[in-house]
Design a protein. Sequence first.
Length: 299
Amino acid sequence: MDKDLRLKLAVQKSGRLTDPSVDLLVRCGLKFSRGKDQLVGYGENMPLDLLFVRDDDIPDLVQEDVSDLGLVGLNVIEEKRLELAARGTAARFEVLRSLDFGRCRLSIAVPDGTLFTGPDWLRGKRIATTYPYLLAHYLAERKIEAEIVTLSGAVEIAPRLGRADAICDLVSTGSTLVANRLHEVETVLESHAVLIRTPVALPAVKNEWVERLLMRIDGVQQVKESKYIMLHAPRAALAEIRGLLPGSESPTIIPLDGHPDKVAIHAVCRENVFWETLESLKKAGASALLVLPVEKMLA
Ligand code: PRP
Ligand code: ZN
C-alpha cells in the first residue's frame, strides 16, 4: 500500500503511557513489528504504523501533521494549549477520545514537615516544575504571585538542592514523592490519556481506518467493565430480578423445558457484577448464576 495511505499514530517511547497505549492497540487487533531502531512499529494487519516518540513532542507532531494520531496525557496537551495561547495561537490538534488509562494528577508538593496552610502559603515561594504554563494558570486564578522555576526534568530533587521551596509535578502512585520526602498539598489538574488527531483532512481510506479504530477503542473500553450474566429465575420474580441486573438494557428471557414456572435470563451487564449483586439476585429467587467475561463488543 502507498506509504502515504498508512495511518501514523504517535505513542510515548518510554514512560507511564507506553505499555497501556500498546496494550490498547493490541486489544484493538493490531499486530506490529518494531524496526531495528525501535522508533517505528509497523502494523502487519492494519495500515497503521506507530511512532515511538517523547510524549512532550506528541501534540506538535500531530498538529503539524507529521503524525495523524497521537496517544498522550491530558497534562501534556493542556500545557501545550496554554503555551500556544500565550504566544497568541490556538492548538490545532483535535481530541477524539478520553481514555481510561494513564490516570494521574499534576500536583503541588512540599517537603515533609512543611506547615502548609493553603494555597496562600505559596506566595513569594519558588516552585519547580516542567509544567510552567499550567502552574502559572493555577497561580493566576488564585491571584498568587510566586516564582516559577522551569526545569526540564528531575523536579523532585529541586527542594533538596535548595533550588525551590515546592514542586509542581505529576503524581501517579506517589512513590516518587515518598522517596524524595515530599507530600502532595494541592491538585492543579486531573489527567488521563487522550487520543488526538491532526487538523488536516485525511484521504478517505485513512479516515475509514480512523473510524474503525475509534469503534474498536470504544468496544475495548466498554468490555473492560462488562460481564455476561446467566441465571434461572422464577417467573414470579422476573421484574424484581431484572431490576437488580446492573446496567443491562434488554435481557434475553428463555423458557426452561419442563419448568413452566421458571425462565433463564441472559444479559450483558455494562457495569461490574459484584458478589453483593449476586447475593441479592439469589435472595430474589435466582439460581444457577453464572458470570462470564466479555471479550469483544460492537454496538
Ligand atoms: C512522572 C513524574 C514523576 C513520576 C511520578 O513522570 O515526573 O517522576 O511520573 O510517578 P509516581 O507517582 O508513580 O512515582 P512521567 O513518567 O510522566 O515521565 P515524564 O514526565 O518524563 O514524561
Ligand atoms: Zn514527558
